[in-house]
Design a protein around this ligand. Structure first.
Ligand code: DON
Length: 321
């Protein structure tokens, strides 16, 4: 199977091409580090490196450890935002959460107190994501989690997506920073309710297992959402505007305080996770899923970002030309 993408290099997309990109970028992983904030993630194999591409025409290309499950971590924030928008409204969500990029690390607490309006900066940093999760509706916390999981299952077309309870427990036992953020958020009125339950829901959503293949499929779904008024997932009509909103946040905030550099070098909406995953979307063309656990100092997957840079360069994927 091969596909010629209309681009300056006239490069052909094949599994072999993806294998070459893995080989070329493998050494970047050696200068990255596994995360220590969640002890179970420090046990990951640093040599894992996988990539999957799913095109809007439903062709798929894969290389490396593309079928190895890993926890979705911060990539889940994108789906929590979608669910929060469905359950509330754009006005409600963004009266309590900001829309601006960050210059700080993903789990920074510092701006919460200094901002006049006392809202988290955006839905993809931890403070904003915990607030986002608190907006998910359900009759109890199991129901809230199941609704979010069902949405992910529906978008990924993978009914086997489930929680990695070792990673979940590991995060729950060590999450002092997120706990501080969440209690602070309640103190300033940005979240309401049972802080510990909200955090458990957040840790659970972060511990859902996916593969590069799942992420590329999800990315292809997100690549195809324009030109509709709404799209139906897990029995719900979702306004296509909500998909535009989540992709916009991926573009402006998806790589935290490295989002600007990533926009210049790669130029497509993407979201990273601390377990080494990246979900990327080329609107109208394809979804991309990547796994490479070693991270840089900004907690983004080093080799994965380099691979995306090469891919974007060779296939001319940047949205800004
Ligand atoms: O809340 C946390 O710290 C993790 N569960 C997720 C953080 C994360 O994935 C940051 N990404 N690079």
């Amino acid at each position: 199977m091969e596909k010629t993408i209309n681009n300056v290099h006239n490069k052909t997309l094949t599994n072999k091409f993806l294998n070459e990109l893995i080989e070329k970028n493998f050494n970047w992983a050696k200068i990255g580090n596994l995360p220590t904030s969640i002890p179970a993630l420090a046990e990951q194999d640093p040599n894992l490196f996988g990539v999957s591409i799913h095109t809007v025409e439903d062709e798929s290309f894969n290389a490396g450890d593309y079928d190895t499950p890993f926890t979705i971590q911060s990539i889940s924030k994108v789906f929590a935002l979608l669910q929060a928008l469905i359950d509330n409204s754009e006005e409600k969500v963004f009266s309590d959460i900001g829309m601006e990029p960050t210059g700080d690390l993903f789990d920074s607490i510092s701006k919460l107190e200094s901002f006049n309006n006392l809202t988290p900066l955006n839905p993809l940093v931890n403070a904003g994501a915990i607030a986002t999760t608190s907006f998910i509706h359900g009759k109890d916390y199991d129901d809230k989690f199941n609704r979010l999981k069902e949405l992910m299952i529906s978008i990924s077309n993978n009914p086997t997506i489930s929680v990695d309870y070792d990673v979940y427990r590991s995060e729950k036992e060590t999450a002092d920073k997120n706990r501080s953020i969440a209690y602070f958020l309640r103190n300033i009125g940005a979240i309401k309710g049972d802080v510990d339950k909200i955090l458990e829901l957040y840790f659970k959503q972060c511990s859902l297992k996916v593969t590069c293949k799942d992420l590329s499929y999800i990315g292809a779904v997100l690549a195809r959402t324009s030109g509709f008024n709404s799209l139906s997932f897990s029995g719900v009509e979702i306004p296509s505007r909500y998909f535009r909103i989540i992709k916009t946040f991926m573009f402006t905030c998806g790589l935290y305080n490295e989002s600007g550099k990533f926009a210049v070098r790669v130029g497509i909406p993407a979201k990273s996770g601390i377990s080494g995953g990246i979900l990327a979307v080329v609107p109208g063309k394809m979804g991309i899923g990547i796994l490479s656990p070693p991270l840089n100092k900004k907690s983004n997957p080093l080799a994965g970002m380099r691979l995306l840079e090469d891919l974007s360069d060779r296939l001319n994927l940047s949205l800004i030309q």
